[in-house]
Design a protein. Structure first.
Length: 137
């Protein structure tokens, strides 16, 4: 599904999304990067403590969630909620944000110091806040 001009958050909404991501990074230990992306892989908002390409992260998040959704459909597991990657020195959570228009995607990368239960809860809360922000428009 292609994004259209009406699906793109306004400048004010993007600023609000940026505040949500900044708050997520401040509230949790070990958050390295967070990106809100469109389903077609474009970065909408980004927060990071390192030099990473938000556009690359957005594109990869879109691809990973599309693949995970396809696996879930093939196995008749219902709608994808969350995808988690566990690597040697960190973890990545990816989830879908329901919005009034087209869904968005949230990717949160964290270090091994992070407590994953807290990261998952905070990411879901952040997704709810983003959804509410975009619904209010």
């Amino acid at each position: 599904m292609k994004s259209t001009a009406r699906d793109v958050p306004t400048r004010t909404q993007r600023t609000d999304l940026q505040h949500h991501l900044d708050a997520l990074g401040k509230d949790l230990v070990g958050i390295r990067s967070a990106v809100v992306a469109s389903v077609d892989g474009f970065a909408i908002a980004h927060a990071s403590v390192s030099q990473v390409s938000e556009e690359k992260l957005a594109a990869m998040t879109s691809s990973m969630l599309a693949l995970a959704s396809a696996i879930g459909r093939e196995l008749a597991m219902g709608r994808l909620q969350t995808l988690m990657l566990d690597a040697d020195i960190g973890k990545v959570l990816m989830l879908t944000i329901d919005t009034p228009r087209e869904p968005l995607l949230l990717m949160v990368a964290c270090s091994q110091k992070s407590v994953m239960g807290k990261v998952l809860w905070a990411a879901r809360e952040c997704a709810k806040e983003i959804s509410a922000t975009l619904s209010a428009a």
